[in-house]
Design a binder for this molecule. Sequence first.
Ligand code: SAM
Length: 316
Amino acid sequence: MDYAVLLSEEHPELPLAELEATLRADGIEFEIQEKEGKLVFLDGDEVEEVADRLALSFEISEVLHSFQPENYQKLATKNLEAEEPFSVRTARVDGTEAPEELEENVGRMIDRNSDVDVDLESPGEVFRAYLVNGEAHLSRLKADTDRGEFESRKNQHRPFSSPVTLHPRLARTLVNLSEVGRDGSLLDPFCGTGGILLEAGLIGCDLYGSDVQEEMVEGTRENLEAFNLEGDIREAEFSDAEAEFGRQFDAVVTDLPYGKASVTEGDPTEEFVETAPELTDGKVVFMSDKEEIDGLEPEFEFYVHRSMTRYVYVME
Ligand SMILES: C[S@@+](CC[C@H](N)C(=O)[O-])C[C@H]1O[C@@H](n2cnc3c(N)ncnc32)[C@H](O)[C@@H]1O
């Protein structure tokens, strides 16, 4: 089946990388066909199943037919049918503007084959016409991602907060980049307030975390509990994490301490890069403020603001 996924534009590469990693994590076979701005076309089965864990996409649709907007009458031959009261909404992907009344005209083409009516207020089925490069791609919306949900989990909405935490959308993206399965185990050995663990727990992972500060360990436990999640969270220096847990994990995902906010003597970054791969037979994904670590290069550069850039590393 042909799908179209509308990506966010928060970053030039991360949204597509997150989508691909998440499809692999959930064992969904797919092939990217092309990317037109923030719209990516792919071939696959049940691609919409990943919508509930994606952070950097808006919606997933099944592509029905591509046409020139002015030739919308050609849709008459396509047997387009709605099964539930429906609506048609255009979406501009680039500068291509929808001709006036395109929604209405496409709606009429669908209506003539359907036993149900148009319902603009609360449609049971939504058709999208994505406008890109002068073409309209008529699609049936299969799943929305709930981006508002991430906002509701921001630092200030959790019982234990600290400015060190990542935005929940970025934390979820790191989890997805690790390709951890929904029933996989994930370790964050610098867990802070538990932002990464929270996002991993909400997709179903078994949670393991540690931090050198007792306050953070207790805070993580409190935050997880507030979202009805459980985890094995311990107070430990990173170098003791392996002995402390005595096991391997399906993924290690973390946000390393940054120079200024370091609470321990010495920077654990190099030791982390050297030893973290031993803690997992899957991937190690981490954020750092370093643009290179012992010859290791980041996969993504993440611009936070004028004086702050972060780097995302992915180690196999
Ligand atoms: C950038 S913060 C992590 C933030 C976390 N992702 C969150 O959502 O809150 C880094 C954490 O590493 C911890 N830390 C610093 N040095 C450590 C070490 N050597 N071993 C374990 N934890 C350490 C700090 O206490 C801090 O909570």
